[in-house]
Design a protein around this ligand. Structure first.
Ligand SMILES: [Zn+2]
Length: 268
């Protein structure tokens, strides 16, 4: 049975707080702990207009984020620094052609991530993970995160969580939870513009498939020990299956390629 964890993107004081309250209360009701991507210093005008005038004060936002982390066990991801795209780089996952990080030097990326972490620590918040704006990051980002002791990234294009360069990647492929036979994915919710129908659709999914939903912090704790990504317990099993799935996919791709070559030769 495929497992899903949930993430909520674009959390800032100038988000659509009414919609955030709605999804927050829904997840409280079903005891689901997601990861939320908090923008330390939002400068993204597009996101501001999406809030439809339902923003809150900075103070209220930080109090709430602190409460969610300390009292409710929600995971908090650093969602960039300003959420402002500075180039057309799509980074290692090639999802969007825009980035706040990919394509920049190590030093430039370090400064942004450290500035974001400084704002978090000023408000007593620990970064449990990193969530790249636009899913766009590169190997310099990974190096900076490792040096700043953030060892979890909510992104990745494999069928299960995997470890690379000392970082745990928790896959994010489908924006909405689908049913599947096996594997793990992260549903990615941008709630600023959600309407009643979407909230109802999510509640219906949760009611019918609660056992398929896992808490983000539990996925991390299965694979990270003493602040280091390790292969043990469930993590080892997950990684073994993941590697097998990779070989299986590669094998299938070679067979398809071989089949295409044979067909091509026969046609000539
Ligand atoms: Zn975002």
């Amino acid at each position: 049975m495929k497992k899903y964890c949930f993430r909520i993107d674009d959390i800032s004081w100038d988000m659509n707080y009414k919609n955030f309250e709605r999804i927050r209360d829904l997840l409280f009701k079903y005891d689901i702990r997601p990861v939320i991507g908090v923008i330390p210093n939002n400068k993204d005008e597009k996101l501001r207009t999406q809030s439809q005038g339902n923003g809150i004060s900075e103070e209220k936002l930080w109090d709430e984020v602190k409460m969610l982390q300390k009292e409710k066990g929600w995971s908090i991801a650093l969602h960039g620094y300003e959420h402002r795209y500075v180039n057309n780089e799509s980074g290692m996952f090639n999802v969007n052609k825009q980035s706040e990080f990919a394509g920049l030097s190590y030093e430039e990326q370090y400064e942004k991530i450290q500035n974001g972490l400084d704002i978090f620590s000023k408000h007593n918040i620990i970064a449990d993970a990193f969530m790249a704006p636009g899913h766009s990051l590169d190997f310099n980002t990974v190096k900076v995160l490792h040096d700043c002791e953030i060892n979890v990234i909510t992104d990745g294009k494999k069928a299960l969580p995997y470890c690379k360069n000392g970082i745990l990647f928790i896959p994010q492929i489908n924006p909405w939870p689908w049913l599947g036979m096996w594997g793990m994915d992260t549903a990615c919710f941008h709630v600023n513009l959600w309407n009643d129908a979407l909230f109802e659709r999510l509640e219906k999914y949760i009611k019918n498939h609660r056992k398929n939903i896992v808490n983000f912090d539990q996925v991390v704790s299965a694979m990270v020990k003493d602040n280091r990504v390790t292969l043990y317990g469930n993590g080892a099993i997950l990684i073994a299956i993941n590697n097998l799935s990779e070989y299986y996919l590669k094998g299938m791709q070679s067979l398809i390629k071989l089949g295409a070559n044979v067909k091509h030769k026969l046609l000539r």
